[in-house]
Design a protein around this ligand. Structure first.
Ligand SMILES: [Zn+2]
Length: 332
């Protein structure tokens, strides 16, 4: 008789939604399983030194990381792998996965702020996720590491296909060890955030002093259409991270890491905001000093230095939101 494949935790989360009740049980290998709510599942092995959150689908159409995490969760549940670390998987915006959009009403990754107003479902989801993250990290002891990788894919091509955004650290030190691990994952481009933001990784970094990054792993594709070979290295290292005491990777000095800081943050203030470059231009494409890059009624935006590069351009954001960042190379 052929085995009937049971739906994955993610599949159940997407189809049963709010009827998926919190539940705790133990696998035969003694790993405790805690289902917090739809899309959030935690695994607690008997011994561990790291508390790790792997989140995906904060933007529902960014499918590759969702597929990677879905598979990892199933491997743990089927006991094909045994965890050495405490790991919580978060599948962020379940309704937006169904409509294959970045979000339903509002960009979830702008809503991780204390006292968020609960005026739509994405705000309610952000509120629930922040509470779950709080109690997850509050259970970590002082000596244990706290890690949160928020996995995304970008809307457009990037000259540097994989890159990460390092949240603002409020004076804390950048972790070269973490960046070396990310390099082993194939992520060699680092963008340093120079001020507070309302992203998920910033939340864990600021309030729980976690090593937290927004990690962009490639380009948006539909479910099932990702070339998973492009994610092999990342998958392998994430698997090592959660199933080994210490993953093995090269030192920071031996890694081909490029680091950038923000030069300008350009906010759309008028409805007629336009970008002055091709819609398909890749992230990290460079301009010369003085090039016109964007404009709107009463205002033009120019690059201010040579080698200033564009990241995350999106002329279609709501008024008052960031439409473009420019970055320049730097050291840490
Ligand atoms: Zn995203």
């Amino acid at each position: 008789m052929e085995a009937i494949a049971t739906p994955s935790f993610l599949a159940k989360s997407r189809t049963q939604g709010s009827s998926l009740k919190p539940e705790t049980y133990t696998l035969t290998n003694q790993t405790r399983v805690i289902i917090h709510t739809a899309g959030v599942i935690e695994f607690v092995p008997t011994q561990y030194t790291k508390n790790i959150i792997l989140s995906s689908g904060i933007h529902g159409n960014e499918t590759a990381p969702i597929e990677i995490c879905d598979e990892l969760v199933q491997q743990v549940l089927n006991e094909n792998i045994i965890l050495c670390q405490r790991v919580m998987f978060i599948f962020g915006n379940l309704p937006s996965m169904d409509i294959e959009k970045r979000f339903v009403e509002e960009n979830l990754n702008r809503l991780f702020i204390k006292n968020v107003e609960l005026s739509n479902n994405e705000r309610k989801r952000a509120y629930i996720l922040m509470n779950i993250v709080d109690s997850f990290f509050e259970k970590a002891t002082q000596s244990q590491e706290r890690i949160h990788y928020d996995l995304h894919t970008a809307i457009r091509d990037s000259k540097n296909e994989k890159f990460l955004v390092y949240p603002y650290l409020y004076g804390r030190k950048y972790s070269k060890e973490q960046l070396a691990f990310m390099s082993a994952c194939g992520v060699n481009t680092v963008l340093l955030s120079q001020g507070p933001t309302s992203t998920f990784s910033h939340y864990s970094s600021k309030f729980h002093l976690a090593h937290a990054f927004t990690v962009e792993l490639g380009k948006v594709k539909r479910f099932g259409e990702n070339d998973m070979s492009r994610f092999e290295q990342t998958k392998k290292m994430l698997l090592e991270l959660i199933t080994k005491q210490e993953p093995v990777f090269k030192s920071f000095e031996a890694c081909p890491i490029e680091i950038f800081e923000v030069a300008q943050e350009i906010v759309k203030t008028k409805e007629d905001f336009v970008l002055h470059f091709d819609d398909e231009l890749a992230n990290f494409s460079e301009f010369k000093k003085g090039d016109l890059i964007a404009s709107e009624s009463g205002k033009s935006y120019y690059t201010q230095q040579n080698s200033e590069a564009i990241v995350f351009p999106n002329a279609y954001v709501a008024i008052g939101q960031r439409a473009l960042l420019t970055v320049i190379p730097c050291d840490i």
